[in-house]
Design a protein around this ligand. Structure first.
Ligand code: FAD
Length: 460
């Protein structure tokens, strides 16, 4: 099997424009690495594709050999799905072109572009599409999961701006999917993850959002601050979207030394609107406590992605929950947990949702949890892979406390390797059934299974 696979891989070399990188290649260790360094897998080959033809050939090889196929845009999967032990990786990072049409306010983007590069290129025209909070995340992965970022309450999920997609299916066909052509596939791609094929290009709506009020506000953490923050963000107009991390203050130069190691709330926010309206929307949050640092100011939107990212962790233990409210006592529970965390970085992240995201029907796309009010991310990151079980236990205990016995819902983009349980949390039952029917049509043999897998509907 291994020899046959190697034989097939060697025949690929002459047939592709892109590069086939095997274990004997000096670049191998570099290109097999994904964001979370703990996923130290050794694929049979990583194929750095340059176009849909390359993709179709690799898909064909995986189909013929039965080799596991991993599809990677930015490599940030929390479950390590962007790599494979012994299988083949389609690496889309060289497919990163963005064609912008300022007149129609649309862009055709190859899915290997990063969120940061996409935002910089569209930002040069004073235009943007809402992505996440981290520049190195890939457009492919974030969009197929939904996309929740700094504009979620203003413009909705990233998928709400997807107008069309080009996809190489399991049969090796390049299809265009939009509201009129392959509409069920188009529905499934918007939230259904990597289950339906390799998406090579996306047509995205651009918004004329350029000057915003944005940046970081640091508050000391207390139950009143946390509860007040959620209430203020919920009451603010849709221009305001924020991402608040509750964590022990790291020893950063802009944090007063006496606060280092004490719980703080680190809030990244964007008000998409004019400076006065922004100041008014943010005032109730600034008033919650004397800020430890206040870097929120009028900026250009792409500046939200400025600055270097920290070193990549080995893993992110933890999980994600979508909830309707944070019940009384939740803030105390979160704070108590943050105090006892032992990971290098342990954070409980709150994102207050609503606005444009919640104005789309639950069945309009494969993202079926539109009305959840708050997303909670529990993440413990550490460079020492061996400490992972300890941090998973810490995160699981907090998740159980926060779920409070209620319906367990999650955002696909932040679900780790939870298998079927994770898939059931990411999709309401009716969404999952419909996804399984689309899967049966476009990937009946489950070639695209290295993901939060939707098993094809067995009814033929
Ligand atoms: C540090 C960090 C910050 C994050 N911040 C946010 C955030 O603010 N908002 C948010 O919504 N999410 C966020 N995420 C989650 C992120 O969106 C998901 O992990 C996403 O899947 C990563 O996409 P990627 O292309 O970088 O990862 P990859 O590992 O390359 O891809 C993840 C999976 O997506 C599928 N996939 C990717 N590209 C394609 C493609 N072109 N065609 C078919 N399938 C494909 C594959 O199944 C693949 O296994 C963050 C993750 C990290 C690690």
């Amino acid at each position: 099997m291994r020899d046959t696979l190697q034989h097939h891989i060697s025949t690929l070399r002459g047939a592709l424009n892109g590069k086939v990188i095997g274990a004997d290649d000096p670049r191998y260790d570099d290109v097999r690495r994904v964001f979370f360094t703990g996923f130290d897998r050794r694929p049979a080959a990583i194929v750095r594709v340059t176009g849909a033809n390359d993709v179709a050939r690799v898909v064909g090889l995986a189909r013929e050999t039965g080799a596991e196929l991993a599809v990677r845009s930015g490599g940030h999967s929390r479950a390590g799905h962007g790599t494979s032990e012994g299988g083949i990786v389609i690496d889309l990072s060289a497919m990163n072109a963005v064609e912008i049409d300022p007149t129609t306010r649309t862009a055709w983007a190859q899915t290997g572009v990063t969120a940061g590069d996409y935002t910089a290129q569209t930002g040069a025209h004073g235009l943007t599409t809402g992505l996440g909070d981290t520049p190195s995340v890939g457009l492919g992965g974030i969009t197929l999961g939904g996309g929740i970022g700094y504009l979620v309450r203003m413009t909705g999920l990233t998928i709400d701006d997807v107008l069309a997609a080009e996809v190489v299916t399991a049969a090796g066909e390049l299809l265009r999917a939009d509201a009129h052509v392959h509409p069920e596939l188009f529905w499934a791609l918007r939230g259904g993850g990597g289950n339906f094929g390799v998406v090579t290009r996306l047509k995205l709506r651009l918004h004329a959002i350029d000057r915003v009020v944005g940046g970081m506000l640091l508050l000391p953490a207390s139950p009143d601050v946390i509860t007040g923050l959620v209430a203020a963000a919920d009451a603010a107009d849709d221009g305001l979207s924020l991402i608040a991390n509750i964590l022990k203050a790291p020893p950063l130069p802009f944090i007063p030394a006496e606060q280092h190691g004490t719980p703080i709330v680190m809030i990244q926010m964007v008000y998409a609107g004019d400076a006065d309206a922004g100041a008014a929307a943010i005032a109730p949050i600034r008033a919650l406590a004397t800020p430890l640092a206040d870097m929120v100011r009028p900026i250009r939107y792409p500046e939200m992605y400025a600055g270097a990212e920290g070193p990549a962790p080995a893993f992110a233990a933890g999980t994600n929950l979508l909830v309707d409210e944070l019940s009384t006592g939740t803030a105390d529970t979160i704070l108590a947990h943050v105090e006892t965390a032992t990971a290098a970085i342990a954070a409980v992240q709150l994102r207050v949702l609503g606005g444009a995201m919640a104005r789309v029907a639950d069945d309009a796309t494969a993202f079926g949890h539109r009305r959840a009010r708050v997303m909670v991310n529990i993440a413990a990151m550490d460079p020492r892979a061996e400490t992972r079980p300890e941090h998973e236990a810490w995160a699981a205990e907090l998740a159980t406390a926060l779920a409070d016995g209620g319906p367990e819902r999650a955002y696909l983009g932040f679900v780790g390797d939870e298998g079927e349980h994770g898939v059931r949390r990411a999709y309401p039952p009716a969404t999952l059934e419909r996804l399984a029917r689309v899967k049966r049509r476009y990937d009946p043999d489950n070639l695209f299974r290295r993901n939060l897998n939707v098993v094809p509907d067995a009814r033929r």
